[in-house]
Design a binder for this molecule. Structure first.
Ligand SMILES: [Cu+2]
Length: 125
């Protein structure tokens, strides 16, 4: 619960579980922001639709596609996509200091320190 320590579900990379799905499945992810910073959450390999907020579902005609959804403080954003692209895809906050958590020292290859960074693994049919 350190101040300005950025996590997914209370964990930092590389300890955040992958989201594992099968090709063809419809995936819904709810991002809830309990911090005082906004978090532009970005996925690789897929385009999602923003389908809901803390206010409830967004009618289909008003949903919008994207690869990044900004989640302001005290809000939720629900995204959905069909897992159509097999592989292992990055899912992370797009603010660099939120994926490295300054002063952490967790080697993980592509990023020197752990933060809001995980993967969506799409298993092929
Ligand atoms: Cu962030």
């Amino acid at each position: 619960m350190d101040f300005n320590w950025f996590t997914f579900n209370g964990k930092v990379a590389p300890d955040i579980e992958f989201i594992t799905v099968h090709e063809g499945e419809r995936v819904r992810i709810r991002f809830g922001n309990l911090t005082m910073s906004s978090h532009p959450i970005h996925i690789h390999g897929h385009t999602w639709n923003v389908v809901g907020t803390e206010g409830g579902p967004i009618p289909e005609s008003a949903q919008w596609p994207g690869n990044t959804v900004n989640v302001p403080p005290g809000t939720t954003r629900d995204v959905e996509f069909v897992a159509s692209n097999p592989g292992v895809w990055r899912l992370h906050c797009h603010k660099l200091h939120h994926i490295i958590n300054a002063h952490a020292d967790i080697p993980m290859g592509i990023m020197p320190h752990g933060g809001m960074f995980t993967f969506v693994r799409v298993i092929p049919k």
